[in-house]
Design a protein around this ligand. Sequence first.
Ligand SMILES: [Ca+2]
Ligand SMILES: [Ca+2]
Ligand SMILES: [Ca+2]
Ligand SMILES: [Ca+2]
Ligand SMILES: [Zn+2]
Length: 374
Amino acid sequence: MRTARPFCRLASFCFVATIAVLPAAAQSGAVYRQVQGTLEYEEGGSLARRPIRSIQASIYPLSAPSNVSVVSTDSRGYFSANLRSASIPPGSYVEMTFQARNFAADVYLELDGANDRMTWRRRVRVPSGSAPVDLGGLVTVGNVSAHFNIAECLRVGHLYASARRGDTDAISRADVEYPDASWSHYNSFWNEIKLSGPRIRGYGGAVDPNTGAPVDRGFRDETILHEYGHYLTDDISDHDGTGGPHTETQDLGYEFAWMEGFPTYYAHAVEAAYPADVTMTRSLETNLGGPAGSEATTWACLWDLHDGLGTETFDRVNGTASIRTAIFQIFDSEIDRGSLRNGTSISRTILGFRSAWANRQLSPAADLDAVFAG
Ligand SMILES: [Ca+2]
Ligand SMILES: [Ca+2]
Ligand SMILES: [Ca+2]
Ligand SMILES: [Ca+2]
Ligand SMILES: [Zn+2]
């Protein structure tokens, strides 16, 4: 039940990127001139440059802003358009605008009431000659590159899910608000992911309730994909958890443990499939010592089915590609329906998952039970 929202006003500003020195061109008089470049964003912490993939950008002569060419960035962040040479003579300006939106995610500052989203703008003076005009640039951390990290996490998370579907219900484009002043969570009423972040442009300002220290989840891929796991649960699966405050080792019931444990497993499964694109800062191999009804036990069991044979004596399940796919398919189909393929009801818990696993005969029963006991 997505709520329609009005079109959003621009809260735009420029980001500055170095203008490339271009060689003088030998020829003149061409009808079209290429405008191209690579868009990148700065990773938090490492400040590594990462491509901005699968977004659309609008390119236009500053003198004729309605004369728009829409381009898409590829897997390297590269884009290209051919503009009429007469519309961008040397000395004039060509401009590009884009937002943090791809097929999986729409990331903004705030839509409830204020309708503020970021628009990044790049303006370049057209050099003489006929060589391509470089409009590429880097969105820095200071210019809220976190929005592109979030969009990239969900893009990869969407690819992971789409390649492993067990059902035909659709995955919609997720709305993501960053920075939010509250603790990161998924709001199932607004169908909106809210990610904690520091004070930016009048929004955010999240602090740790215990220490008072600022909290920033804009580059914390596990949190981002965990919340997207809740989003996917809402779109293509289901849960019987109640929500509310929790820690990973608390026993708040098997339903709660599944609702919170599966998204954490999913975040790590995405990293295992796309290690160059998302980063987890811990391993799920070791259970944190929670009781059977804790979310840590749920994700630790799922992880041991997913991973290889390792050194754990109780883990005799070698998570092949087909097993990994089956884990997601059970989430998408049996857990979604609350029943096995033969119609027998199951709970939306790790115990229901175990029944579905056994029903699919994905591993010898004794090996499955050993993982659940481990
Ligand atoms: Ca489904
Ligand atoms: Ca383990
Ligand atoms: Ca294993
Ligand atoms: Ca293991
Ligand atoms: Zn959660």
